[in-house]
Design a protein around this ligand. Structure first.
Ligand code: PLP
Length: 475
């Protein structure tokens, strides 16, 4: 009976991208070490029924969370009073950082129309936070050559209503580290909080520093940095649903908490956005941290560092493509160096050869490109060689095929659509022209769809994205 059910689940999984082996270069993180996944699964199974909602009923949750947070605090150089929270992922950490800053600004500075100052390269999670918690996003463009925000531009965007300034270490799209020290100093000078989004890079960069590499300071040791997020389900290679949010001190952390005793049920005191909270990701994270250990992470970080450098050099040497920015962590963005090469066609060719590189549509001054998250499973010489070999073939094929074309008449017609008043027929037609199925299914080759998407005004693209999601989730 169980076997039948599990085998049906396995069948469903067969259509997914692989989560192990390093060839899926977004969404998944594989350390490539034996036994880690099994350990995480066994630890998670033992805690799957434990509810982190009530820490007095389940003291094990408190012990595990204190251990994991203390680890992050040591690594990212918090001071004695630094305090943290374990959350369900990077987005939840970013949401809580913004919520905490909003409440801090309201209660200590009387700010009632709070603003969130962030670089154009900041993660989408901050826009979600602004939308959910009613802050006005003040988006600061980045340097068009380096894709880093300039501290002067941030300074000019800070007003009396600024609740929080955000910087990335590194940014997801370009893999570069914003000038954290300069921005944090500026924020401090104006009495404003400053969050470092080290969701993807914190664990990797922290261990690279421990291994002796010189890095720009990006962590809590930087004066003016008041909070920092670091995901464990990325470069700590733990099971999904694990992140840590650190605050300068316990008093600041408290502004984001919720307590309610004015109802007939059990009094609720909660530190995150969830109610009932599975302890499984926390237990899995604790177990994986114990198992890999500081020396293990230093080794993994060094290997990823070398592989990223080798890949970057190899990509720069392939005719027809180029690095969009100099990688400063473990992320690479590659763009076309020749109008005959469409990066998204390169992506389709790579996918056909068993590699997933993530398409990043053109935005602002950032051209269409492919994103590579380099994890330890892809960090051996052989995998690097195979990837570069495949890439060279993919670029040659893309050159021969030519760029995906968009019918200009279609774009013109689409531009006349009002995203706020889109009828069902308009949406049907727009998606059909883009090559999306009536059931929301996307074609195997994505370059033509992405070409249409890129040509649309962003608001219309966002509206159509919701339409696709609605068709996929049709129950
Ligand atoms: C992944 C990521 C996030 C969001 O994290 P999730 O775990 O996907 O919710 C935020 N910021 C950066 C820079 C990231 O890479």
């Amino acid at each position: 009976m169980n076997d039948d059910i599990l085998s049906r689940l396995e069948t469903l999984r067969a259509g997914d991208l692989p989560v192990r082996g390093g060839r899926t270069m977004a969404y998944v993180y594989d350390c490539g070490l034996d036994g880690i996944e099994e350990l995480a699964a066994a630890a998670a199974a033992r805690f799957a029924g434990v509810n982190g909602l009530d820490m007095t009923a389940f003291p094990s949750v408190v012990a595990l969370e204190n251990d994991v947070v203390a680890w992050a605090k040591r690594l990212l150089r918090g001071a004695g009073q630094t305090a943290g929270t374990f959350t369900g992922g990077g987005t939840e950490s970013c949401l809580l950082a913004v919520l905490t800053a909003r409440e801090h600004a309201r209660r200590t500075r009387g700010v009632n129309e709070p603003e969130l100052v962030l670089p154009s390269t900041a993660h989408a999670a901050f826009h979600k936070a602004a939308q959910l918690f009613g802050l006005r996003p003040v988006v600061v463009p980045v340097d068009p050559m380096t894709y880093k925000v300039r501290s002067d531009d941030i300074a000019a965007a800070i007003t009396d209503d600024t609740a929080l300034v955000v910087v990335s270490a590194p940014s997801y799209a370009h893999g570069v580290i914003d000038p954290v020290a300069d921005v944090a100093a500026e924020a401090a000078r104006r009495g404003v909080l400053c969050h470092v989004d080290a969701c993807i890079g914190g664990w990797h960069l922290g261990h690279l520093r421990l291994a002796g590499r010189e890095l720009p300071a990006f962590d809590l040791s930087v004066p003016g940095v008041t909070s920092l997020s670091v995901d464990l389900h990325k470069y700590a290679y733990t099971a999904k649903g694990a992140s840590v949010l650190l605050f300068r001190d316990a008093e600041l952390r408290r502004y984001g908490w919720f307590a309610h005793a004015s109802w007939p049920g059990c009094p609720v005191g909660s530190t995150t956005l969830q109610g009932t909270r599975s302890a499984a990701p926390l237990a899995a994270a604790w177990a994986v941290l114990e198992r890999i250990g500081t020396d293990g992470y230093k080794d993994l970080a060094q290997r990823v560092h070398h592989a990223t450098a080798a890949l970057a050099a190899g990509i720069a040497a392939i005719d027809g493509i180029r690095l969009l920015a100099r990688p400063e962590a473990s992320l690479i963005a590659l763009a076309a160096a020749d109008p005959c090469v469409d990066p998204f066609v390169v992506g389709d060719e790579m996918r056909a050869m068993g590699w997933y590189l993530q398409p990043q549509p053109a935005f602002g001054g950032s051209p269409a490109n492919l994103h590579l998250t380099v994890t330890a499973a892809a960090a051996d010489e052989e995998t690097v060689r195979l990837l570069l070999e495949a890439l060279e073939k993919a670029v040659a094929a893309a050159r021969a095929l030519g760029p995906a074309r968009v019918d200009p008449a279609l774009v013109e017609a689409a531009a006349r659509l009002d995203p706020d008043r889109l009828t069902a027929e308009d949406a049907d037609l727009a998606l059909e022209l883009a090559g999306v199925g009536a059931d929301g299914a996307l074609p195997e080759r994505m370059a033509p769809v992405l070409a249409v998407f890129q040509a649309l005004p962003p608001r219309l693209g966002e509206r159509l994205l919701a339409e696709v999601v609605g068709r996929l989730y049709n129950s």
